[in-house]
Structure formats: C-alpha cells, structure tokens
Ligand binder design. Structure first.
Ligand SMILES: Nc1ncnc2c1ncn2[C@@H]1O[C@H](COP(=O)(O)OP(=O)(O)OP(=O)(O)O)[C@@H](O)[C@H]1O
Ligand SMILES: CC(=O)N[C@H]1[C@@H]2OC[C@@H](O2)[C@@H](O)[C@@H]1O[C@H](C)C(=O)O
Length: 378
C-alpha cells in the first residue's frame, strides 16, 4: 500500500499558534502507521491572537467582524499549510480543525430526554484554505457528533485508540493544552473498544497562561518549563475549594472550554488568593496544582480502574513542574510523554486532524461525492 501524504492543522484553546503536521500515513484503523515528516507551530500575528482571545472571552462582535476574522484565520491556516510543505512533495489532503472560539456542551440528560444540543464554533473556513493551497481540505469535524447529541469533544481519543493502545497495558493519554482531556485505553483485549472513554478533565494551561500574563504585565504568555510556579508553594486549602466546583464532579461524558476556565474564572482565583496573601509564584503553583489535582481526581472518581501508565501530550507536557506534581499525586503510576512511544507530544493533535479528515472522507465517499463538500472547485 502506498503512503498518503497529508497535512493536519489545528489551533487549540491556548490560541498560541497553528500547529501544522505534514505526515505520511499507511493503512487504516489499527494498521495505521504514521511518519511525521515535518511539524511546526506558527505563532498567530499578535493582533489577530488578541482579537481571538477577546471573542473567546465573550466580547460582543458583529457578523461583519465575525466574517472578517473567520477569513483572517483561514488565511494564516493556509499559510501554515504552505510553509510546512516547503521542501516536500505536495500533500493530497488537508484536515483542518480551525480555531475554536465558542464551545457550549449539551445541557440536561439524554436518559431524562431533556437534553439540549451543544454548539461548538471553529473559525477558519476550509474552503478558503483549499482555494489558497489548491489542496482538498476537510474541516468542521465536531458538528456531526454534536448534531447527534454528543459533545463534539474530545475527538482525538479516537485516534489515540488506533495509535497508542497496548495489548496488555491500561493507558491514559492525557492532553494538557488550554484545557485538559483524557483518553482511557484499556488493554486491546475482548470488548476493549466498548470500554474506551474520554472527557475533558478541566483546565490545562488556560488559567496558568492568563495568570502569567497578569503577573508579568503582559511580558510573558506562559510559565516556561513551570519554573515560576516551581519557585512558589501551592496553597492546598485553596485547591480544595476550587475543586469543589460543579464541573469536576460532573460525570463523563463532559467537555468544557475557555467559557468556564477563562478570564472571569481567573479573576475569582486571584480574589480568593488575596485571603491567603499569596505571592505571584504561590498563585501560579496553586493554579498548576489545580490542573494536576483535577486530572488525578478525575481518574480516581470516574475511571473503571487506574491506568498502568499515563502518557502526557500537548504543551503542558513540557511543564516540568506540572509533570512532577502529577507524578507525586499519581503515586505508583508512571508518567511519560507520548514522545516516548514515538508519537510527537507537540503535534499529536495536528496529526490527528488529518486522520479525522480521512475518516470523514471515507464516510463521505461512501455516501456521496465528497468533492462538493471539500469546496475545492477545480
Ligand atoms: N516549555 C513549556 N513549558 C511550560 N508550558 C509550555 C511549554 N510549551 C508550551 N507550554 C504550554 O502549552 C500551551 C500550548 O499547548 P497546546 O498547543 O497543546 O494547547 P492547545 O492545543 O492550544 O490547547 P487545547 O488542547 O486545549 O486545544 C501554552 O499555552 C503553554 O501554556
Ligand atoms: C471545542 C474544542 O475545541 N475543544 C478542544 C479543547 O482542547 C482540549 C479539549 O478542549 C478537547 O476536548 C478539545 O480538543 C481536542 C483537540 C479533541 O477534540 O480531542
């Protein structure tokens, strides 16, 4: 079977930039093999990033402005695809997640038949990316699941199951982006596929990034390697108080975003921390502890069994202090990164986008002529 060359594009809830992955894939489902030919994060132009963060923070916006920002995002996504191509033969397909600017999980309960549909908006329309790059582009991966009553997130665990499950080991794949999410992968035995579960654990780096921006007066956007937080001490009573928040006790499936763990949540955290007279480093350590504790609390409360090993991915996997806190809280469970099993922790999400493109393409081809959907009018 010949390998297919594909590009995956995503910008996540951290809004730090566009992760682009150029990958060669062979096979399908559990025979999938992936080789990362090139992976890069292209920073957003500062002004565009500020506008996106303002929208994510709930700033009112007209339809005309929305259209303008949609295309501005598509343009930088297309440029990211073009840049990652340099020096390589052309890719056959782009899978583009776009930029989430709003995510509302479904409310109510399916069992009680009072569930309302969720809504999730990703900007950077695929048609523009296709037009600029000349490459078939598939996007809007979340809407189908949401229309069927799902959360539309997390989606990448489906790919984790293909690439990271193990014949004997129970694994948790923990993404720590702006938001954290876990994929629980039981050993590949019997009805293991039915036992896979995944959900958003809560904040990843979103609150930490905002706090670093606040305490550095805008000079820094994140806590490199967790060094700043490591110079402080977590305030455990405060972590306990924050952990009492509803989201952490909601059973899966569940998803969240910057709508909950964003600017106003941080303001509440800062207000609370005044009671304890914490230094900036202590506040950062306490916010980091919330991320670590919420992940471990989520495992202990909702997983059928604790995993044999945890594999971290996403930018937070490079925060040494956070990784260290997770190791301590998880006691005997080893914590590694997905790099250690050959899957780039930085680009796993981008890699997954082109798989999602393939999955969607396969389905669509089966039911209709997909080219019309791709919006690439040759
Ligand atoms: N060297 C590092 N040390 C500490 N933190 C880091 C480092 N590199 C990246 N990060 C953190 O990772 C974040 C970006 O992670 P990532 O790109 O996985 O998030 P995302 O994909 O935008 O989010 P999500 O997965 O929620 O959609 C940065 O905002 C920063 O907080
Ligand atoms: C709506 C949205 O963009 N959600 C993201 C976000 O980032 C992490 C967490 O929240 C996750 O569930 C999801 O993304 C990853 C890429 C996913 O769908 O698997």
């Amino acid at each position: 079977m010949h390998p297919t060359r594909v590009i995956g594009l995503i910008s996540g809830t951290s809004v730090d930039g566009i992760d682009a992955a150029l990958v060669e894939i062979v096979g399908t489902d559990f025979d999938l093999k992936v080789e990362l030919l090139a992976g890069e994060t292209y920073a957003y132009p500062a002004e565009l990033r500020d506008r996106i963060l303002a929208i994510c923070g709930g700033a009112p916006i007209s339809m005309a402005e929305l259209a303008e920002i949609d295309d501005a995002i598509a343009l930088v996504f297309a440029q990211a695809a073009q840049n990652i191509q340099i020096g390589h033969p052309p890719a056959a397909l782009i899978g583009s997640h776009g930029q989430t600017v709003f995510h509302r999980p479904p409310q109510g309960s399916r069992e009680k038949k009072n569930q309302s549909l969720g809504y999730s908006l990703q900007l950077g329309r695929g048609a523009i990316i296709a037009r600029i790059t000349g490459i078939n582009t598939i996007s809007n991966f979340r809407v189908g699941d949401i229309a069927a009553g799902g959360h539309g997130a997390p989606l990448v665990p489906r790919i984790d199951a293909f690439l990271l499950s193990h014949p004997q080991e129970r694994r948790c794949i923990q993404n720590i982006g702006g938001i954290g999410n876990v994929a629980y992968l039981p050993p590949r035995q019997n009805d293991w596929l039915d036992k896979i579960c995944a959900w958003d654990t809560g904040p990843g780096n979103s609150l930490l990034d905002l706090a670093v921006h606040h305490f550095s007066n805008g000079a820094k956007t994140y806590d490199e390697n967790g060094n700043w937080a490591a110079s402080g001490n977590p305030c455990h009573p405060l972590v306990e108080r924050w952990l009492s928040q509803d989201y952490f006790h909601l059973p899966p499936p569940k998803s969240t975003g910057r709508e909950l763990f964003g600017v106003s949540y941080l303001h509440d955290c800062l207000k609370d921390s005044q009671t304890y007279e914490l230094s900036p480093a202590d506040v950062l350590a306490t916010i980091t502890e919330l991320t670590a504790t919420s992940i471990v609390h989520s495992y202990r409360t909702f997983l059928p069994q604790m995993p044999d090993r945890v594999f971290l991915c996403g930018g937070g996997s490079r925060n040494h202090y956070l990784k260290h806190r997770l190791e301590l809280l998880l006691e005997s469970v080893p914590v590694l990164t997905t790099d250690e099993v050959g899957l780039s922790a930085n680009f796993k999400e981008a890699i997954a986008q082109k798989y999602l493109a393939n999955i969607k393409a396969d389905c669509m081809i089966a039911i209709a002529n997909i080219l019309f959907y791709c919006n690439t009018i040759f």
